[in-house]
Write a protein that binds this ligand. Sequence first.
Ligand code: GLA
Length: 740
Amino acid sequence: MKSINRIKIIPTCLTALALLIVTSKTFAQTLSIPVETEHNALVLQVDKDKNLKMVYYGTKLSSPSEYQYIQNMYKQPDDSGVLDDAYTPSGSTNLAEPAITVTHADGNKSLNLAYVSHQVTKIDDDVSLLTVTLKDPAYDFEVKLFYKTYYKEDVTEQWSVIKHQEKGIVTLNKFASANLNLKGTGFWLKQYHGNWAKEMQPEEAKLTHGIKTIDTKLGTRANLYEPSMFMVSIDKPATEDEGKVLFGAMEWSGNFRVDLELDPANNLRLIAGMNDAASEYHLKPSEEFTTPAFLYTFSDHGKGDASRKIQRWARKYKIVDGEGSRLTLLNNWESTYFDFNEAKLAQLLKDTKKLGVDLFLLDDGWFGNKYPRNGDNAGLGDWQENKQKLPNGISWLVKEAQANGVKFGIWIEPEMVNPASELYTKHPDWVIKQPERPEKYFRNQLVLDLSNPKVQDFVYGIVDGLFTKNPDLAYIKWDCNAVIFNAYSAYLKKDQSHLYIDYVRGLYNVLERVRAKYPKVPLMLCSGGGGRVDYGALKYFTEYWPSDNTEPLERIFIQWEYSYFFPAMTSSNHVTDWGKQPIKFRIDVAMMGKLGFDIVVSKLNEQELAYCHEALKNYDALKDVIWHGDQYRLQSPWDNDAASIMYVNEDRSKAVVFNYLVNNRYGTGTKTPIRLKGLDPKKKYQVKEINLYPGTNSSLDNALTFTGDFLMNIGVNPDVNANRSSVVLQINEINSKLFN
Ligand code: GLA
C-alpha cells in the first residue's frame, strides 16, 4: 500500500474548525477527501498525478481512516486510467464521456483538470460546503466543484463554476453539474416518462453497458415527456425498505441531460447537468459560468428511506415555507372553464365559504379586452381584467371574497403570448420565434423571450402589479403551458445558443425578485399539469400541480410516484368531477397531499356536502401530520388490490393511513393485514376509522388498542373492498392528546 498523507474532512470534527483549506503542495502522493453525512460518505481522492477521482459513494464507514484503502481493493481493467474522474474533461488523455468539453480561445479543444486545492466551509451545524479547485496546467482555465452537504438529511447538492483568463472567448460545449462514479455488482434504473395527463409513469430496468440518457430539449414545460428525477438501485433492485439506492434530480427548469454509463469495468458513471444540445456557451475572460445543482441522496434502507430524506430536506431547506402552513381552496377551472362573469364568481365565493375552505382560486379566462380570453386561442399577454366579465376588476373580487370570509387567489401564465394579443402586436421582438420560418404553436401560444431583461421586467410587473393593486391577493397559480419551438431570440443576437440556458436564468431572476418582495405568499407551480416540477423552480413555490388528470384512481398512481421526490404538502390534490368514484373516494385520495377542490358545490347533495365538512374537519386535525410528518408507503398501487400510504408525526404519537381500492375485479380487497411503519413499538395506539360517509358505520372495532409492535409486525386490516373503496385510519397514541 502506498504511503498516504490523508486529510480528514468530517463534518462532526468541524464544529471548531469552520474553514479548512488544503493545497496541492501540502501532500506528497495521494490525498483522500471524505465528505460525510450522518449515514453516507462520498470519497474524493487525488492521485499522484493530481487527478481528482471519486472513489466511493455509499454507506459511511465506521472508521474514516479506512477510506484511503477503498480504491486499492478494486483491480478493474482501466488501461487509460480515466474511469473514476470526479469531473471528466475531454480532448486530451481522457476518452470517456466527458463532464466538460470546451473550445479554448485559440480554437484548441483539449482540456486537463488538475487538483489545486480544496476547502470546507461549515455553514451551520447541519450544512457544509466543500469546494475543490481544478486547473488546466496548459491553459488558464479553472473549474471549481461544489458539494453542499446536509448532514442530518444525508442530501448533497453538487454544482460547478467554470472560469478562465484566456485571451478571448472560450466556448463551453458541455458543462455538467456533477459526475458521480458508483461501484456495485449491478445497477437498476427507475426512471419516469409521461405526457399531458399521464405524468410520472415509472419504468425500472437493469442498466446494460453503454450510455442510457434521460433528457429533455423542450426548453420550457421541460418535464412533459421525461422529468430528471430517477433512482439507481445498487447490487439488486431496492424495495421500499431494503437495498441500496441513489435518488437523483436536476434542480433546473430547462433542458437537462443525465447520462448513466455502465463502463467497461462495470462501474456506473453518472453525469448530470443542463443539456448541452444546441447550447454551447461563450464565456468571456473572468466571467463565471455557474451550473445548476444536481441533487442526490443515498440510502442502504431502500426507496422509502431515501424519499424521506429528500422530503425532509425539501421542507427544511428548499421549498418556500416548507415548515409552515398551506391553504385549502376551491378552484373554478373545471366548473366554469372560460365561461364566467361577476355574478357567477360571486356565487362561487359564497360556495367557497359554504364548502369550508380557505381560499377561492380564479383560474384562466379573466383577462384580455381587444382579444378577450374566452378560449385558449387569444389574450395571453394582455393582463388587464376583461371588462365584460369583470367590470369591477380583480379588486372587487378580492373584497367580495373578504366579505364572504375567504381569501382570493388568481391564475396567470406570464411567460406566454397568444399571437392574438395586443402584446404580440406591440412587441414581436419579445417573442421566441425564428424570423425566417413559419410560427409553430403549442396550445395556440408562443413563449416570451425571458433572456431579454425587458421581458423579465414585464413578467415581474404582472405579478407585482397584481399584488400592488390588490394587497390582499393571497395566492397565485403560475402556469406554463407551451414548449419552445423555433428557438431564436431577437435579444441575444449572435449568442443564439445561449437561449435555452438564459431563458431559465431569466425566469429565476424574475422569481428571485418576486420572492424578495413577497417572501411567503403561496405560489402554485403549474405547467399544464406537472410539466415543470423540479427543485430549481420549487425553490420559489409553496406547492405544485401534479397533473391535469384528476381522475382519482389515476391520481393515486401519479401522486404515489411524485411522493418519492416531493413532500406531501407540496402536492396540490384537487377533488374534481373526473371519474365515477364517490365523493368520499375522491376526497380521501386528495387528502394524501394538499387538499383542494374544483367541483360545483351547488350540485352536491346534503350528504355529500356533509361528508365534505366532515373530511375538512378531519383534514384540519391531521394536516400537521400529513404536511410535516414522515411518509411511509405501505402497499403499492402497482402490485396490490389496495394501495396504502401512511404519515407519522415526529414523536410518533399520531399517524394517519390512507387505503384505496385500485382494482375493480370481483372480490378484490384487503384480505390480509397491512403492516404499519414508523410507529414506536412500545407505545399503545388506538386505531380509529375516520372520514365515514354520513349514515355508514365502520366495520372496524374502535374500542381495541394495539402496541406499535403489533401494528408494525402483524398490521391492521382496513377492510377495503368494493363497498369500502377508501378507508382512512387515524392512529393515536393512547394517553396522548387525541386528534378530536
Ligand atoms: C393548464 C392547467 C390547468 C388550467 C388551464 C387553464 O392546463 O394545468 O389547471 O389552469 O391551464 O388554461
